[in-house]
Design a protein around this ligand. Sequence first.
Ligand SMILES: [Zn+2]
Length: 134
Amino acid sequence: MRRKSTISKEDKIIVCQLAYDWCVQNLSKSKFHPGYPKLYKRSKQTTSLLKGYYKEAKNLIAVYLDNNTTALDICETVIHEWKHYQQDIVIMYDKYETVYKRKGNNHPYEISAENYAKRHAANCLDWIQTKLKS
Ligand SMILES: [Zn+2]
């Protein structure tokens, strides 16, 4: 499974689950939730190219497999949403939106989630590849 190549739906499901397992083992738990987030592997989001989301009220991470092309994409998406699981989403995310009027790419929580994903995704994928070989 090469880093930049498109992978099959079956492989995406496997990679998504392993990326989540890697997060459980290697990343910090949230201070705002007693348990780990649930993982939903969904097919596609037709109205946008959204790769995934974190739903705070249900403590769940959803990944739109069809909107993630490579194994690395999936790792980045799962880790990005894991960061949102760690963040104080309820209080601070809304506060930033209303007080600072920042959204999307300028939102401090999005920037930190993006950086977190970029920092960890390669390690996560290396672990997955080792796991799949054994
Ligand atoms: Zn985000």
